[in-house]
Design a protein around this ligand. Structure first.
Ligand SMILES: CCCC/C=C\CC(=O)SCCNC(=O)CCNC(=O)[C@H](O)C(C)(C)COP(=O)(O)OP(=O)(O)OC[C@H]1O[C@@H](n2cnc3c(N)ncnc32)[C@H](O)[C@@H]1OP(=O)(O)O
Length: 306
């Protein structure tokens, strides 16, 4: 009876905490080994996401891997609307027990150009608050996802673009592009969650150097410092390599894997959870400094003049 209940209420039982408690209760009742229980879980139900023009989610029925494609031309500038679409897509993935997700871009030469500079220049406080809060949500959901994640970086990934990639667990990048966290070059102070993702990817020393200098690395140099894990010649190959990485988890208990990931990332997640308002206030007061606004305005002009 307990198992019938479990099967008919899959969505309800998704939270890790609930799953842990249930596993314990059922396991005690039926004296089953945890591994057997995992095999008893209902067949994974994959879904096709409702169409969102900004984020396309395509789940492979056989592998259970979702390819999440950002689609905001020309450069996947991260606007409030794009973050909202990503946040919704991440919820859908979390609720559908996928086996892994690969983040990529539909723009031919850009993974993401980072935060949409129009959100940062002469910002309206109310909209910016919604923007920043949704950005925080996306990070909490991506960095803390129960499923494994990888990024197929098929183009440039400066600032927020790099940030999305390093919030995943594995990165495959195509050659001849740039990746890095160039915030300081715009006069912007890196928020705590960005620092956490970077420190989780490269050594503390490399993170400090990269963040303070605002370095943009070539694909090859990014591999040398461990900012990416592999190079693949084309986007299709990059996705294939990400699939190979994710397929390694087929032989690992999904509960053990997700709990281990969660425990390794818990401190970083809590750090932001406990100071979301403060994080917004710090970023906002830095952003509206006249010198920072001027720097962003000049930068936008220089991009347009190119
Ligand atoms: C992450 C934690 C929070 C920290 C806070 C902020 C971090 C940020 O993310 S700030 C954004 C930083 N981003 C950048 O510095 C990248 C800027 N862009 C580029 O360097 C290039 O555009 C890029 C290498 C990505 C691509 O080069 P091209 O393929 O040659 O394209 P163009 O430069 O011609 O750009 C086309 C078009 O897009 C506009 N654009 C580019 N980037 C942005 C952006 N981030 N936001 C808004 N708009 C952007 C660019 O001006 C061009 O516009 P048009 O001239 O009107 O076509």
């Amino acid at each position: 009876m307990l198992l019938t209940l479990f099967e008919s209420h899959t969505h309800f039982f998704l939270s890790m905490f609930q799953k842990m408690i249930l596993t314990k209760i059922i396991s005690n009742t039926l004296s089953l080994h945890k591994k057997q229980l995992i095999e008893w879980l209902p067949a994974v139900r994959y879904f096709s996401s409702p169409t969102n023009p900004l984020v396309n989610v395509d789940v492979n029925d056989k592998s259970g891997i979702a390819v999440v494609t950002m689609n905001r031309k020309p450069v996947n500038g991260l606007s409030l609307e794009l973050f909202e679409a990503m946040s919704k897509a991440l919820d859908d993935l979390e609720n559908n027990r996928i086996r892994g997700a690969i983040l990529t871009s539909s723009c031919p030469t850009v993974f993401s150009a980072g935060l949409d500079l129009n959100e940062l220049y002469q910002p309206d406080k109310k909209r910016f608050k919604a923007f920043w809060t949704t950005f925080q949500d996306v990070w909490l959901k991506l960095y803390g996802s129960s499923f494994p994640t990888a990024a197929a970086i098929n183009g440039h990934a400066p600032a927020g673009g790099c940030f999305l990639a390093i919030s995943c667990e594995y990165r495959v990048m195509c050659p001849d592009y740039k990746i890095g966290l160039n915030e300081t070059r715009l006069g912007i102070i890196a928020p705590i969650f960005l620092r956490a993702s970077m420190r989780n990817t490269v050594s503390n020393r490399e993170a400090e150097k990269a963040l303070t200098l605002g370095t943009l690395y070539s694909t090859e140099d990014a591999l040398k410092i461990g900012l990416i894990d592999e190079i693949a010649i084309y986007k299709v190959k990059a996705i294939e390599r990400c699939e190979n990485f994710l397929a390694q988890f087929n032989n690992v208990s999904s509960i053990a894997r997700s709990f281990t990931k969660r425990s390794l990332r818990q401190k970083d997640l809590e750090e932001l959870e406990n100071c979301r308002e403060e994080d917004f206030n710090i970023f906002w007061s830095n952003l509206i400094e006249p010198s920072v606004q001027k720097q962003i305005g000049d930068y936008m002009q220089s991009l347009k003049k190119k």
